[in-house]
Design a protein around this ligand. Structure first.
Ligand SMILES: CC(C)(COP(=O)(O)OP(=O)(O)OC[C@H]1O[C@@H](n2cnc3c(N)ncnc32)[C@H](O)[C@@H]1OP(=O)(O)O)[C@@H](O)C(=O)NCCC(=O)NCCS
Length: 224
């Protein structure tokens, strides 16, 4: 695999939508209530998501990065200023991060996140936030592994009679020093690796190396 991560263009809109729908189908199977899954994955979703992506790609303050393998879009991540509080220009938000299922667990998500943190730093974001569905444990484990922390805030994402799905807020600091200590990566590991080299890798223990002073996150975690 030859991984390239770069800013998306309008020409990527449909490929991004296809990645998102394929990724959601696999990720939410057995995880979300059927009523919500059907709403998220309704027929015609690729077309409508492609149009939505075109609108996002046209916005100056929104940047979508794509991961390409041999020129094909295999994943993407969208970054913009935080939506909850426009008074916080130093806080960015990851709006979406999706990879084709066949590319999961091969280091591509980590590479995309590293790229986004670097881009966020360049844009003056000290912190990056995101919301993740509570039952999406795969994504939560991923975000925790690359340096995000749940801050205790949660909100209802979907409610339909007996089905209630909440989402949780995660925060990460873009400080290079903080990121280096928080992000668990294989010792001596490169940012992309082939799935064949998974055996026997040793994870750096982060707890001992954490440097809270490196992260100037403002204020205590918000209320639930
Ligand atoms: C979440 C997602 C982007 C992660 O990308 P990825 O390329 O699979 O993740 P990586 O291979 O870079 O994993 C980095 C680390 O995250 C953790 N991680 C990733 N997937 C994990 C899983 N299924 N279970 C536990 N930990 C996991 C591991 O610590 C991993 O490091 P390791 O492989 O050295 O152990 C990808 O799984 C995806 O597209 N999921 C569906 C879409 C989705 O849920 N997006 C989030 C919406 S908020």
């Amino acid at each position: 695999m030859s991984l390239v991560i770069e800013a998306a263009t309008m020409a990527d809109a449909t490929a991004i939508a296809e990645v998102q729908v394929a990724s959601m189908r696999e990720a939410y199977e057995g995880v979300l209530p059927r009523s919500l899954k059907e709403a998220v994955l309704e027929p015609g979703r690729i077309e409508s998501r492609a149009r939505m992506m075109e609108r996002w790609l046209g916005r100056a303050r929104v940047t979508t990065f794509v991961a390409r393998d041999a020129g094909h879009v295999i994943g993407f991540c969208t970054l913009h200023p935080v939506r909850d509080d426009p008074e916080q220009p130093e806080v960015g938000e990851i709006a979406s991060l999706y990879l084709l299922p066949e590319c999961w667990r091969r280091g591509v998500g980590r590479s995309l996140c590293e790229h986004v943190f670097e881009a966020g730093r360049t844009r003056g974001f000290e912190e990056i936030q995101l919301w993740v569905l509570e039952p999406n444990t795969r994504a939560r484990r991923f975000y925790e592994a690359v340096g995000f922390e749940a801050d205790g805030r949660s909100r209802v994402f979907f409610e339909n009679g007996t089905d209630v799905v909440r989402e949780l807020r995660y925060r990460g600091c873009t400080s290079a020093r903080w990121f280096a200590t928080r992000s668990r990566r294989p010792v001596g590991g490169e940012s992309y690796r082939d799935s064949t080299d998974r055996g026997g890798r040793q994870l750096a223990t982060t707890a001992a190396r954490l440097d809270p002073a490196a992260c100037p996150l403002r204020g205590p975690p918000g209320p639930a």
